[in-house]
Design a binder for this molecule. Structure first.
Ligand SMILES: [Fe+2]
Length: 316
């Protein structure tokens, strides 16, 4: 067995886990798999279907200026140089498909979380890791994620704002629309005064944070390049929660219901599971293919780390 991922797990986090925002120390920032050299090789091995590279306007920081790009045929080192000096954000999805060693680490991460939190179980084939490699100062806008989610800092520093997962910060109607695939996770309402109610964490290398399901959050990289991981998971409670939201979305949209409960047990839950089941949600978020407008290529010789290219459509 490799070194422990959680060398000093705090007993209080076993009780707080998934119910409140927690931070815990981990050792993955010392793992060779996340060194610049290993990440450069991973970037080269990652197929087009398994990555995104994005940027946003430096002045008008909003979802409308978020753009998609490509690596072209750069070496991994060149891509990392563009991230270090430029203004881009890379997501490497399903890294275990390019290198099985990342899958082994992912398995160990969940095994240790489950060993430390007896009430925590997941559906192992749905556990996921995404590697985020991002430029100084870049931001991720206010959004929520659908599965259970944790953020693990490897290098650099980022400020994470995490908000309550309830009205008005997360509106039931908007959450249902996301689950029904009618709006995107980044389309939820955000107002600046929400920040007064946020918990603000400065993540350092070797810190992970986990928060209650769907908790809206936004991220600001501090003045340094960042390497981070996100993990995603599902379990029966989350699946039921998802199905209830899905069913409520149908009841509200298609049948005009207004005041809708979100039961976690009993008839209300089972009726909603049945309704959601009739709509075949068992694939959890296997929605239609997304289309991306790719209009830049990573370029370490440019100050911003990329150059414009003629736009083309990518669907994945
Ligand atoms: Fe997120």
């Amino acid at each position: 067995m490799a070194d422990k991922i959680f060398p000093n797990w705090q007993a209080k986090n076993s009780e707080l886990f998934s119910k409140h925002i927690i931070t815990e120390q981990h050792s993955l920032h010392e793992n060779e798999l996340f060194s610049d050299e290993a990440l450069a090789r991973l970037i080269e091995k990652t197929p087009r279907s398994n990555y995104h590279v994005n940027t946003h306007d430096l002045v008008n920081i909003s979802k409308s200026t978020w753009r998609d790009g490509e690596f072209g045929d750069l070496s991994g080192e060149q891509v990392l140089k563009a991230v270090r000096d430029g203004h881009i954000w890379i997501n490497i999805q399903r890294p275990w498909e390019a290198d099985k060693a990342y899958g082994d680490v992912l398995d160990q991460m969940f095994q240790e979380m489950q060993a430390n939190v007896p009430s925590f179980t997941t559906m192992p084939d749905k556990n996921k890791m995404t590697i985020l490699i991002s430029s100084p100062k870049i931001k991720v806008f206010y959004h929520c994620d659908i599965p259970g989610q944790a953020l693990w800092q490897i290098r650099g520093r980022k400020r994470v704002y995490i908000y309550p997962n309830s009205e008005p910060f997360l509106k039931n109607e908007e959450m249902e629309k996301i689950i029904l695939g009618r709006i995107d996770e980044h389309d939820i309402t955000y107002q600046e005064w929400y920040d007064d109610y946020a918990e603000i964490l400065d993540l350092e290398p070797g810190t992970m944070s986990h928060w209650p399901i769907n908790g809206p959050h936004r991220i600001e990289n501090l003045d340094v390049m960042n390497v981070s991981l996100t993990t995603e998971h599902w379990n029966t409670d989350l699946r039921n929660h998802y199905a209830v939201r899905y069913a409520n979305g149908l009841l509200r949209d298609s049948f005009g219901f207004k005041k809708l409960a979100t039961p976690t047990s009993g008839f209300g839950l089972y009726a909603r599971l049945a309704l959601a089941g009739m709509h075949k949600i068992s694939g959890l978020r296997k929605l239609k293919k997304m289309k991306y407008n790719v209009d830049f290529q990573v370029d370490p010789s440019q100050k911003i780390g990329f150059k414009d290219i003629p736009a083309y459509q990518l669907s994945k």
